[in-house]
Design a binder for this molecule. Sequence first.
Ligand code: SF4
Length: 341
Amino acid sequence: MRFPLHIATDMMRWQLKNWWAGNSRVPVVLMLEPLHTCNLACIGCSPERYTGDLRDRLPLSKCFEAVDECGAPVVSVCGGEPTVYPEIVELVEGIIARRKHVIMCTNAILLDRFYKKARPHKRLSINVHLDGMKETHDFVVDRAGVFDKAVAMIREGKRLGYYVCTNTTVYRETSVDEIEAMCAHLTELDVNGILLSPGYHYEAIEGDDHFLYLEEIHAKFRRILELSKRYRKISSTPLFLQFAAGLREYPCTPWGNPTYTPKGWKGPCYLIDGQHYPTWKEFFGGVDWDYWESRKDPRCRNCKMHSGFEPSVVRKLGENLGDVVTMARWQLESVRNRRAA
Ligand code: SF4
């Protein structure tokens, strides 16, 4: 994923520090879920995410403890819906005060409330969920009007001076023509980044369906890879897009984006409801990382999630000079585009 230069620099510093300390497994983005409450009930989402019960949310102190223990330079605040978290502004400000970068992932329904209380900061990105254009997105989130609200909040965020990105999951059913229309629309809105990631249903591991599914994802991402050459706001790395298109392979890096929830540290990854660990030490020392990196588990066979594999792009970069050149060009291009804007 493309980060602004000051964030990329912080991430490099963090990697060097760990390399110097001899740490081979280094978390880069903490996925912090302060609550499992949501104001939407999207199709396919687990029912526990929209209970409406705020009592099981994490207290601020536990969130900050997780940020400090994990140490990752970037914290992605997700959930549930983070703008429903009553202490969201204090949480964002507290993470920024720790000199971390915050990505707040939101469906945008309550963003106006957040904008009234918060203020833009160079360490804060607003990441709006959009799974297509109006008809598709409103269908996925199972509520009319959410697409229009999201677009209005993107506009308002840009007007107020926020760094605003979007996050799209591409499913088997998603049309790439629609993704292109969405990229054109978001480019007009001058968003700062468009993250596109393959959807993943690990329940579909029986029979031959998943092979078809994987081939379809590859075909879609071959087209998206081409789109990324025209729509420069697409922020998934070119090497990740090649992986999603089936043009290269990577081991998984599940420890790159560890997840902390009201139930504890979730292992092995954001997707698999394996086990929850009460402490960072038990989690980081307790998960069999060799096994999960290998992708031997049937649930991993078709997974191409950016949270598992964008860190692999970084981890494996030094092994191929051509890849280093590709990534350096891509990052420099984004700096040039920003200067030209
Ligand atoms: S391959 Fe996917 S499902 Fe398996 S550990 Fe990695 S991120 Fe999780």
